[in-house]
Design a protein around this ligand. Structure first.
Ligand code: HEC
Length: 153
């Protein structure tokens, strides 16, 4: 590896590699993989590893379950239900950021194709709760938003 560096005679690259090596030693393997991808793919490309995608999906699934509980639990009603549901929807929007930016290509075409629709549904459900009186219908059927990617089509 050292010979390769010298032959290229590129100081910036040398520093970059030394940094990568340093990071390896400190055990930040995930960051390195990301760092390398940042250089191999154009910056507007959303690269999501299989593992990141799955982790994100399970996080979303956990929130959907939580939201369904909030919507169905008769003890969580009125403004408490509204506030809890809004918080969960905001959290889901936050989690969905790991799926990349809207309208930009990525390595999961299904995700890039539908992520904007998914986020719009989350936002619509949250906004409906902000109206006076709040509208709960969209929050209560949020799993419908998952079907942009998980539906029959
Ligand atoms: C923008 C697209 C998209 C949306 C929206 C989406 N998913 Fe996924 N999901 C995927 C892809 C891609 C996979 C990978 C496997 C596949 O193609 O089905 C996946 C896989 C999963 C998995 C399996 C993960 C594993 O370990 O294999 C679960 C669970 C899941 N999604 C739940 C959800 C839930 C719940 C929602 C709604 C809150 C949701 N997904 C919304 C694209 C999406």
């Amino acid at each position: 590896m050292a010979r390769l560096l010298i032959s290229k005679n590129n100081g910036a690259q040398l520093i970059g590699l030394m940094l990568l090596i340093g990071l390896t030693v400190s055990g930040c393997n995930l960051n390195i993989a990301k760092e390398i991808r940042r250089h191999t793919y154009p910056p507007e490309f959303n690269y999501t590893t299989e593992k990141e995608l799955k982790t994100t999906m399970w996080q979303l699934a956990a929130q959907v379950k939580k939201l369904e509980e909030v919507m169905q639990n008769p003890n969580v009603n009125g403004d408490l239900r509204r506030r809890e549901a809004m918080q969960i929807l905001t959290e889901m929007e936050q989690i969905s950021k790991a799926l990349g930016m809207e309208g930009w290509p990525g390595n999961h075409p299904k995700v890039s194709r539908n992520i904007t629709k998914f986020r719009s549904d989350l936002v619509a459900a949250r906004r409906a709760l902000e109206t006076n009186p709040p509208v709960y219908y969209l929050a209560g059927t949020i799993s419908g938003a998952c079907s942009h990617c998980h539906g029959a089509s």
